[in-house]
Design a protein around this ligand. Structure first.
Ligand code: BEZ
Length: 261
């Protein structure tokens, strides 16, 4: 096993084929954003660009940022008409001479950024006075059944899953406080359960774990990995499989915050 902490590896094609509900379910957040013609909008953590495209359909000029080379490459191929940049969500800044944004939007991305104060500062600096920050991501308790099952299995192989834990799932209180400390006015915040149907029937949870839980499996042999996956899937089956499809126990935090004019 290497000493380096493993990190999430993105496979943009697998993401588009097996995890395509992410953009579909994100359309509700675009409705909350309510993009207007002529507005300049940043999609932070845009993945392969589907929601940046959706935002552009309103007549707004949308720019997409993603840190992953894989996602960035795929987004540019899918939507060559949209400007994408490979940027770190915890450290990005407007480029010299660049106009600030009317809005920053983010769907299913902020839980991958473990320094939320830095993200919120970067968003603040990118917005015009009066600009809005509209985001949805995993909140406290998100995918808890799944994570508990896989962590229990890898622990049996001596893996310190806490050191590898890649997500930030805050409560409303925690996140609204970070926004307010930065100066935002939090107009709206909600934490809600959003059980999420996975595609491909019986195989759905295996696809999900392959896409997102690889970080916990690194260092195990291929055989050990498959065994840990099979056992954790068995453990979560009574709670999340209904005989036809898997429903992941997603819980979202949704926020709408304004930078005062
Ligand atoms: C989410 O969208 O909530 C999520 C996706 C992958 C891993 C963990 C959470």
């Amino acid at each position: 096993m290497s000493n380096q902490t493993p990190s999430q590896q993105w496979n943009a094609q697998h993401y588009d084929q097996q995890i395509n509900f992410v953009s579909e379910l994100g359309k509700g957040v675009v409705t909350l954003l309510n993009p207007q013609p002529g507005e300049r909008i940043l999609d932070l953590g845009c993945g392969t660009g589907d929601l940046a495209k959706e935002i552009s359909r309103s007549g707004a000029a949308c720019v997409g940022f993603d840190y992953s080379q894989e996602m960035f490459d795929q987004a540019k191929v899918k939507y060559p008409e949209i400007p994408f940049r490979q940027e770190d969500g915890e450290a990005f800044r407007l480029q010299p001479g660049e106009q600030p944004f009317d809005a920053v939007f983010s769907n299913a991305a902020l839980h991958w950024m473990k320094h939320p104060e830095r993200v919120v500062e970067a968003v603040w600096l990118a917005l015009k006075p009066g600009g809005r920050f509209v985001a949805e991501f995993g909140g406290a308790g998100n995918v808890q059944t799944i994570v508990e099952a896989i962590c229990r299995e890898v622990e049996a192989y001596g893996i310190d899953w806490r050191a590898r834990y890649p997500w930030y799932f805050p409560t409303i209180g925690e996140y609204a406080s970070i926004l307010e400390r930065q100066g935002f006015q939090v107009a709206y915040a909600q934490l809600y359960d959003r059980p999420t149907r996975l595609s491909d029937g019986e195989k759905g949870m295996h696809h999900w774990l392959k896409a997102f839980a690889g970080v916990f499996l690194e260092g195990l042999s291929p055989q050990q990995q498959e065994q840990a996956l099979a056992r954790s899937i068995q453990a979560m089956r009574p709670a999340l499989y209904n005989g036809e499809y898997w429903e992941a126990d997603y819980r979202r935090i949704r926020v709408y915050a304004v930078k005062p004019a």
